[in-house]
Design a protein around this ligand. Structure first.
Ligand code: SAH
Length: 489
């Protein structure tokens, strides 16, 4: 171990910061939050530092560094831009056996300030001993995503109840189980849901009775359209914590790879020949049986669970059976596909509203729906439309939608294999057939779809365009294909 990790109690202790610029300002801020008595030595101060001085939150030594500034200090931070000066301060501090940090200079420093994940009172510090700050930042980002901000409240709650927990669970093994339950179970869930009173109530109730097996629960997770980067932090946490993962076929392998290694993953998509209601009944039965055994079940769906995802039915079923649940929203396909194809769903000039619709519906239930889809200034986003393109095109046109209304079809949106087809509504089905568009695909119809070729940024043809534009000998026309594909892998 190159550096010995330690957490210093600086409450009321004097710390010298030499320098009065933005870097010093950052250091002062974190020193103040740890209760240190901060002395800043510098001929100039940033406005915020000046404020701190006026409010008497820091002491300002106005002038250039003098060795006696080091007297009676516990720690020193040199944050000047002058390396010679930093070196002098470091030498003098080290002579007096004062620990010194020279900002961004591990060679001159005798202590370093780690990156931290702050879930006070829980603090996680990360250091690469100055070798790889970028890696340290990456690790920090990873850890940030693992712990919800409520973990701090959980730690405080556990600290407050520590004596009662010790009394109610004198046996070490039982106490460990209790703490596991506290971290993974409903108390932690209640804190995440911003219900601190409920969390305390649950903790007290659990303490007053003998330890029971953990209560099962279900989290309904929207996993987005495929790109793992579009997962929310809450979704990632659910994947990391769940014992059982029940997922649809649409959930991409890259996302399932992020799940806890020992979690059981079960694909619950529709099987060939199985009808939707049977699939749904099977999913309900699986959720119930696993949750009844005390397991934490993540029901993971593509996009968002409440947008054409039957999430509502699943929650109704869980409520009927008294299974506790929570819901993590996901980025729905319409939003994600539009973003990755460069189609702004609303636009001051072209669209004032967006309609999320499914092409899986019967025309006899539709007259009103269709009538309201005719506005020129509305963007229509059709889910599950690949097998219905002919019907969709004909029906919209028959009801009065102009044949020259632009469309964009985004196949495998946000994934490496994304393809975008665009053109006019009249001829959409033929064009899709010619290009063998397959599911999953999102069909966007409306004036904004015409912006796709101009605003594209994702996929190989976007990269090719950038390359073309940097190649002055290349005629721009030479890349424009006769067909209407703009981006495909
Ligand atoms: N709950 C999901 C939708 C499920 S319905 C959501 O909120 O996104 C399934 C339909 O979603 C597919 O037929 C397709 O129209 C659309 N879809 C889902 N993922 C997609 C993707 N990566 N690219 C394009 N369309 C997608």
């Amino acid at each position: 171990m190159k550096l010995y990790p330690l957490f210093a109690d600086l409450q009321g202790r004097r710390v010298l910061v030499v320098g009065g610029g933005p870097v010093a300002e950052r250091k002062v801020k974190s020193l103040l939050s740890s209760g240190a008595q901060v002395i800043v030595g510098s001929p100039t101060l940033t406005d915020p530092l000046q404020n701190h001085a006026q409010q008497r939150e820091i002491v300002h030594l106005n002038g250039c560094f003098e060795p006696h500034w080091l007297d009676a200090m516990w720690l020193v931070i040199a944050a000047t831009e002058d390396r010679d000066l930093n070196q002098r301060i470091a030498a003098l501090a080290t002579e007096r056996r004062l620990l010194i940090n020279v900002v961004d200079d591990p060679v001159l420093s005798t202590f370093q300030v780690p990156s931290i994940v702050d879930r006070a009172p829980l603090t996680i510090a990360i250091s690469s001993a100055g070798h790889a700050p970028v890696l340290a930042r990456r690790v920090r980002e990873r850890i940030e995503s693992l712990f919800d901000h409520s973990i701090g409240s959980l730690v405080s709650l556990a600290a407050r109840y520590r004596p009662s927990i010790r009394k109610a669970r004198p046996d070490l093994r039982q106490r460990r189980e209790f703490y596991d339950w506290l971290l993974d179970g409903p108390v932690s869930a209640a804190l995440r849901q911003q219900q601190p009173k409920q969390a305390e109530h649950l903790l007290e109730a659990a303490l007053s009775q003998p330890l029971k097996s953990p209560q099962g629960r279900v989290v309904l997770v929207g996993a987005g359209p495929g790109d793992p980067g579009l997962l929310t932090l809450n979704a990632l946490r659910a994947l990391n914590e769940a014992d059982i993962i029940l997922h649809d076929r649409l959930v991409s392998p890259a996302i399932l790879d992020l799940a806890r290694r020992d979690a059981v993953q079960i694909e619950v998509g529709k099987r060939p020949g199985e009808n939707h209601d049977h699939t749904q009944a099977r999913i309900h039965a699986l959720m119930l049986s696993h949750a009844s055994q005390g397991q934490f079940v993540a029901r993971v769906k593509g996009g968002d669970a409440f947008v054409f995802g039957r999430g509502g039915e699943e929650l109704e079923f869980l409520r009927e059976h008294n299974v506790p649940y929570e819901v993590v929203p996901g980025v729905t396909a319409a939003l994600a596909c539009a973003a990755y194809a460069g189609v702004p769903l609303t636009h001051r000039d072209y669209a004032q509203s967006v309609r999320l619709a499914t092409a899986h519906c019967r025309e006899d239930t539709l007259p009103d729906e269709l009538a309201s889809m005719l506005s020129e200034n509305q963007t229509l986003a059709f889910y599950m439309a690949v097998g219905q393109l002919e019907w969709l095109e004909q029906t919209l046109i028959r009801h009065g939608k102009p044949g020259d209304t632009p469309f964009a079809i985004i196949e495998n949106g946000t994934r490496p294999e994304q393809r975008v087809l665009h053109g006019n509504l009249l001829g959409m089905a033929i064009s899709a057939r010619e290009h063998q568009i397959v599911s999953p695909a999102m069909v966007l119809i409306g004036k904004v779809a015409a912006l796709a070729p101009k605003l594209e940024w994702f996929g190989t043809s976007a990269a090719a365009r950038v390359a073309d534009e940097t190649d002055l000998l290349h005629e721009p026309e030479s890349r424009s294909e006769a067909d209407s594909f703009i981006a495909c892998a």
